[in-house]
Design a protein around this ligand. Structure first.
Ligand SMILES: *Cc1c(COP(=O)(O)O)cnc(C)c1O
Length: 433
């Protein structure tokens, strides 16, 4: 079924380290070879062997309007015909910036970069520049890209491999990152009591999406805001995954929380490498060329990426798909759990807007240590079973699933039919371990 992908992976490994350009793509935690994708359209991806899959990876979040949307493609092609990159200002940057600034109360000025990693790294430098403090506080299991100092107890790829941090990160950098437990304000308060006026910022995913989807408990985000105000630290909300995915704007609007700095990525690039960080005028005035916090990028604000972002946001604004996406994700997850119960399989789940995860554990996880209780052998069997049935899921228990505007009710019904088959096989003892 996957012969061609297997061959291509073998060849890729001869030239590209691990055969992939981002570790989770390698299916390592599943113990299988990854699929090579040839084409993606709407809610579907097609591999090199010609198999069709209903896609719940969606490029790890950007593809909220569905793959290869005709309007986005048209705008991208028109823009590309005028040149691929200028290294000079172009009005498309302002056009995308305008849309983002108008969508966020907390953002008055923005800077575009090329990846979420770069945005998070720059936001932290900005927070340090503004406060004159060196330490930051992050949450175990939250992921903010792979910069030094953020690969400390990170989730996602790192947690799948069971490595708490990466080799190559100097201890001197890591020691400036203080770690707290997600959804546990006491753990944050304790750290602030100990380190009081040394903490430049708290960085947090408003809905955690990189240890599977974990929603914030009532009062958690508000509590972080209060602690930041008390100690005059900045609150950085990382909306790389949640921005324009839960609503037009950020999760910060849904949870009614005002950060000092916001990080965006994924959806705002419409499938191209684009990300951003933004804040009020005063904070952003620290960034060069206005201020003395340096940050730059040869390809930042790339016109084709800006065009894809603009077209994507305009579709979202016009169609306002968010209620529908939220409903579909909730329905899918509650019926998956219902099916699992029927077959005696422990399953729980979380969703926020069109982001969702199921966990092979009875108690719904609220933090990283809860997620660790998920039965990874069951996850692996579920993943492989679903893949064989034409459902393409993220190949890790610690990643979020995404629904797009192009996922139809038929797609969801077909996913549930596949899940029922896989659960019944698992219940009768068929395990891929
Ligand atoms: C994906 C992600 C990042 C990293 O973005 P890249 O573009 O992969 O560097 C950072 N923060 C969050 C919350 C993410 O989901």
């Amino acid at each position: 079924m996957f012969e061609k992908s297997k061959e291509l992976f073998k060849e890729a490994k001869e030239y590209i380290i691990g055969g992939v350009d981002s570790p989770v793509r390698a299916f390592k935690s599943i113990g299988e070879d990854p699929l090579f994708i040839k084409k993606a359209k709407g809610s579907k991806v097609y591999d090199e062997d010609g198999n069709e899959f209903i896609d719940y990876v969606n490029s790890w979040g950007p593809a909220i309007v569905g793959h290869s949307n005709d309007i986005v493609l048209k705008k991208v092609i028109e823009t590309a015909q005028n040149g691929l990159s200028f290294g000079a200002p172009c009005s498309l940057e302002t056009e995308l910036a305008k849309r983002i600034v108008n969508a966020f109360d907390s953002i008055e000025r923005i800077r575009f970069v090329n990846s979420g990693t770069e945005a998070a790294m720059s936001a932290i430098r900005l927070a340090r520049g503004v406060t004159g403090r060196d330490n930051i506080l992050k949450f175990i299991g939250c992921y903010h890209g792979h910069s030094d100092g953020l690969l400390v107890g990170a989730g996602s790829g790192a947690s799948t491999f069971g490595v708490p941090s990466s080799k190559g990160v100097p201890l001197d950098f890591a020691k400036h990152t203080l770690l707290a437990e997600y959804n546990d304000l006491d753990s944050v308060a304790k750290i602030f009591e100990e380190h009081s006026d040394t903490i430049a910022a708290i960085i947090v995913e408003p809905v955690a999406g990189n240890m599977g989807v974990i929603t914030p408990k009532d009062g958690f985000l508000k509590g972080l805001r209060e602690i930041c105000d008390k100690y005059r630290s900045l609150l950085i909300i990382d909306e790389v995954m949640s921005g324009f995915r839960l609503t037009y704007g950020g999760a910060q609007h849904i949870y009614n929380i005002k950060p000092d700095i916001t990080i965006l990525g994924k959806v705002i690039g419409g499938g191209f490498p684009a990300a951003a960080y933004g804040a009020n005028k005063d904070i952003m005035s620290y960034i060069s060329p206005e201020g003395d916090v340096y940050q730059a990028g040869t390809l930042s604000g790339n016109p084709v990426a800006m065009a894809a972002g603009i077209a994507t946001l305009d579709i979202l604004k016009q169609k306002n798909p968010y209620d529908n996406l939220t409903y579909n994700a909730q329905k899918l997850i509650s019926r998956l759990i219902g099916l699992a119960v029927e077959y005696g399989i422990p399953l729980s789940g979380n969703s926020a807007g069109s982001m969702f995860s199921v966990f092979f554990t009875e108690k719904t996880p609220e933090n990283y240590s809860d997620v660790q209780k998920s039965n990874l052998n069951l996850f692996k069997s579920y993943f492989i079973g679903m893949l064989n049935e034409g459902i393409y899921l993220p190949p890790s228990q610690f990643e979020a699933n995404f629904i797009t505007m192009q996922h139809t009710l038929a797609d969801i019904e077909n996913t549930l039919v596949a899940a029922e088959k896989v659960f019944s096989e698992i219940a009768s003892g068929k395990l891929y371990v």
